[in-house]
Ligand binder design. Structure first.
Ligand code: MN
Ligand code: MN
Length: 298
């Protein structure tokens, strides 16, 4: 398979899994059950998760995944962002849906989806990233909401989710770039309410990790653990629960902590809305073409 076929395959699976998740009733399920079920479905369909499923509730915008046996339960007033990554040979499709059990926030969710739809409609070869930001901001403001200004879409490369280029969710003056062909980009508006700050801050919880260095620590067991992570995930993010089975939870946690201290592993903090307000998200991955719009996660 050439790389474009890998992207299309990853995108097709990510879209199917996202739509199945959208249709399900999650109230009463634990975040652990939701993550496990989505990740298993990706594997059954013949691909692999590109990162641990993000299940971010309410004012948490992103980067929460289930702890081993996470007992947090979805309740009937929650706004739940489910962000799914699928890869085929390292080529990643990144897509997200917001599931809303509080009718008060239906319009918030809809504004993220509308902004995404308007943004992908203009995303072709040579489209300016700043124009995408402008379209997103305008669509969100028009509906009386606020974009999260310090979260953005991104270019993707093989085994790399954030590959250097950012696609803003607001209109920014100054440096921009034009979309190029054969390059994958994720577009992902995040929206909060008028009384939100429109900015996210790092929270205390960190339960998504990725390798930043393979430099040996000279502790045999930890170095083997590090090599195991490298062999399974390369530079892609992983979760503690993915290391269990082969390792005891306590041991795996100790090894991860040691590797964070040695700077072999980066831990991603959760991202929380500055005023503690609700956040909704929508996301697609696309590969621009001159003549048509190629959204691989539709
Ligand atoms: Mn995503
Ligand atoms: Mn993304």
């Amino acid at each position: 398979m050439n790389f474009l076929d890998c992207y299309q395959q990853a995108g097709k699976i990510a879209a199917e899994v996202r739509e199945n998740t959208r249709k399900k009733y999650h109230v009463g399920s634990t975040l652990f059950q939701i993550c496990q079920s989505i990740e298993s479905e990706v594997i059954v369909k013949g691909a692999a998760p590109a990162f641990p499923v993000n299940v971010s509730l309410n004012d948490v915008a992103a980067h929460y995944t289930a702890e081993p046996n996470d007992q947090i339960v979805v309740n009937d007033t929650d706004v739940l962002k489910i962000d799914i990554g699928v890869h085929v040979q390292g080529y990643i499709a990144d897509t997200a849906v917001t599931i809303c059990y509080n009718p008060k926030y239906d319009a918030l969710v809809k504004s993220a989806e509308t902004a995404l739809n308007e943004a992908v409609r203009i995303a072709k070869v040579n489209t300016k990233a700043s124009d995408i930001g402008k379209v997103i901001e305008r669509a969100i403001s028009k509906q009386g909401f606020k974009p999260i200004q310090n979260l953005s879409g991104h270019s993707l490369e093989q085994y790399t989710i954030h590959a250097g280029r950012s696609i803003p969710n607001i209109w920014t003056i100054g440096s921009s770039f034009n979309l190029v062909s054969n390059q994958a980009y994720a577009i992902e508006p995040f929206v909060t309410t008028k009384d939100g700050q429109g900015v996210v801050f790092e929270g205390k919880v960190r339960n998504i990790f990725s390798i930043t260095s393979r430099k040996p620590t000279k502790e045999k067991e930890i170095d083997e653990f590090l090599e195991d992570i490298w062999n399974r995930f390369k530079t892609l993010p992983f979760a503690l629960r993915w290391m269990l089975g082969k390792y005891e939870e306590k041991t795996a946690r100790q090894f991860i902590d040691a590797l964070i201290k040695k700077r072999n592993i980066h831990a991603y903090p959760i991202l929380v809305e500055g005023n503690g307000k609700m956040v909704a998200q929508a996301e697609h991955t696309l590969i621009p073409s001159e003549s048509y719009i190629n959204i691989i996660t539709v």
